[in-house]
Design a protein around this ligand. Structure first.
Ligand code: NAD
Length: 288
């Protein structure tokens, strides 16, 4: 299958890698050529780890790399695509604009997926009224190559056929699925994860404990693989702030971002991708 992924950031590069690892000819699109270079590098590093672990041979890793192409031209990227996954920044207007461009150039039968964390699929689809039956939430988790779940989200106009195609596509990527049948802010997952992390930021701000101890408590006490604060750094605090701001507007003030979080983002401390967030990181991305 030909797959196009729009947005080559934290998530888009991983989704494109996953698609290419699953045998799909994959095109990764971004407005920024620098970002595409960074995505290529991130994919190469990740494939190198798979080879080192022995789960891919050098030849298999080269074949994955050969199936992945990068472009800043959206029309080229989506040309002939049977599935397009949008993963640009979490801003409704931007996603709507991107989908207007996608439907102008992608085949009229392509499955249209959005990796939004919490925006309304119905609202995104309102920008493409003649195609909204083909649009579905395809919510991946970070990092997409390792995390087992894809949350499939139906908008009001999403057809049953589209949901079935989304489930089959996700299964083909080796993922388990859940279906959020009601287009509800934050779906099944972001609604919870955003709130838990927010409570951790509140505890940090109240001086209840250090960031390291808050994360350690949740990791060792509840067997979570990562603490919410370090996961926030991993996922990007700018994305998290956008998610909270949007959830506050839809679900109410219990999602209001804390001052500390706003300040970290204002200072450009966005997490691992900028070398600092709640924690500091060295050049290899290790916490220092
Ligand atoms: N970060 C996470 O852990 C995570 C997890 C699940 C879902 N998501 C969702 O995935 C989406 C992307 O998040 P991210 O963390 O990868 O963000 P990011 O900021 O790392 O990357 C976004 C990318 O989109 C690109 N972009 C912006 N406008 C564009 C356009 N018009 N055309 C093409 N590319 C464009 C940017 O250049 C950037 O490379 C968001 O909707 C987010 O909510 C994020």
């Amino acid at each position: 299958m030909r797959v196009a992924v729009i947005g080559a950031g934290t998530m888009g590069s991983g989704i494109a890698q996953l698609a290419a690892m699953s045998g799909h000819e994959t095109s990764l699109v971004d407005v920024s050529a620098d970002q595409l270079d960074r995505a290529r590098q991130a994919v190469a590093t990740s494939l190198g780890r798979f080879v080192k672990k022995g789960s891919l041979t050098v030849d298999e890793a080269s074949a994955v790399d050969a199936r992945l192409s990068c472009t800043t031209a959206l029309a080229t990227g989506v040309s002939g695509a049977e599935c397009v996954v949008e993963s640009v920044i979490e801003v409704l207007d931007v996603k709507q604009d991107v989908f207007r461009d996608i439907v102008a150039d992608a085949p009229s039968t392509a499955l249209l997926g959005t990796n939004t964390s919490q925006l309304s699929i119905t609202a995104i689809g309102a920008a493409i009224p003649d195609h909204s039956h083909r649009l579905v939430g395809l919510h991946f988790f970070n990092p997409p190559v390792l995390m087992r779940l894809v949350e499939v989200v139906a908008g009001l106009m999403t057809s049953e056929e589209t949901i079935a195609r989304a489930l089959a596509f996700s299964a083909g990527l080796g993922k388990e699925t859940v279906v959020c049948r009601k287009d509800s802010p934050g779906f099944l997952t972001s609604r919870i994860s955003a709130l838990v992390r927010l409570e951790c930021f509140r505890m940090l701000e109240e001086g209840v404990a250090s960031a390291a101890d808050i994360d350690k408590a949740l990791k060792l006490g509840f067997n979570w693989p990562m603490g919410p604060l370090e996961l926030g750094d991993f996922n990007g605090l700018d994305t998290y702030l956008r998610i909270l701001t949007s959830l506050e507007a839809t679900l109410g003030e219990r999602y209001r971002p804390t001052v500390t979080l706003r300040n970290l983002v204002a200072a450009g401390r966005l997490g691992r991708k900028t070398g600092a967030g709640v924690y500091n990181y060295d050049d290899a991305g290790q916490q220092v």
